[in-house]
Design a protein around this ligand. Structure first.
Ligand code: SF4
Ligand code: SF4
Length: 224
């Protein structure tokens, strides 16, 4: 039976670890500057340092950067507030609250849209699982990474307005009705190519100051 109070046996120390250097006179002479050998040899190697942010090196095409909430060609939002992205996120970085579209306030095709959409970049690990979970391709990732830094914690929680894709030339800002005679399946199949004159008239009646009225191009005109 072993004595539990006895101290464990120490391994003998290797004397070679503490023995004086066996360098010859030339080795001893150059020893103080030997470390500079690494420095001097590095001076003749190609420079790999990137001078960001003064000189930007393009990222790889599939780089995972800041997220973007996309729109359809007529300006309606693709997000339907289903929360699948939030459930897929391993870091619990996404928060979504859904709302119901009404005839007077239709933000996305179908019944539901995302009222609140937040991504917390203090948590996000840019893994991309959320964009794979999204059924409407509403959520994708850009190659941008500059704005993923901030001086406060609050500034790194991005809201829907921070994430929404910019309005492209010809689009009409939501809310507005869906293209006449279509349903959400037509939108999901990407059969919508732009706003119609009826949609533009609808917005003009209700929001005459909407800036996108000036640039919205009806599909009927674009097809000519
Ligand atoms: S990229 Fe990954 S960690 Fe970031 S929000 Fe999407 S699922 Fe979450
Ligand atoms: S981004 Fe996609 S997955 Fe997330 S709530 Fe919107 S539609 Fe659903």
């Amino acid at each position: 039976m072993s004595d539990q109070n006895s101290k464990p046996e120490r391994r003998p120390i290797d004397p070679a670890l503490y023995s004086p250097s066996k360098k010859g006179p030339i080795g001893k002479f150059f020893a103080p500057v030997a470390g500079f050998g690494v420095t001097i040899s590095s001076m003749f190697r190609p420079v790999v340092t990137e001078e960001y942010p003064f000189k930007r090196t393009p990222t790889q095409p599939r780089f995972h950067g800041r997220h973007q909430l996309n729109r359809y060609a007529d300006g309606l939002e693709r997000c339907i507030g289903c929360e699948l992205c939030a459930w897929a996120c391993p870091a619990d970085a996404i928060y979504v609250e859904a709302g119901t579209n009404t005839p007077d306030a239709q933000y996305s095709p179908g019944e539901r849209f995302g009222v609140v959409y937040q991504i917390n970049y203090l948590r996000c690990i840019l893994c991309g699982l959320c964009i794979q979970a999204c059924p409407t391709r509403a959520l994708t990732m850009t190659n941008e990474f500059d704005d993923l830094v901030g001086e406060t914690r609050e500034s790194l929680i991005f809201d829907k307005q921070d994430l929404l894709a910019p309005m492209l030339d010809g689009m009409l800002a939501a809310p507005h009705p869906m293209v006449e005679g279509t349903d959400d399946d037509d939108y999901y199949r990407n059969e919508i190519t732009g706003p119609t004159q009826a949609q533009i008239d609808w917005v003009a009646q209700r929001r005459p100051d909407d800036p996108t009225l000036k640039t919205a191009r009806p599909v009927e005109e674009a097809a000519k």
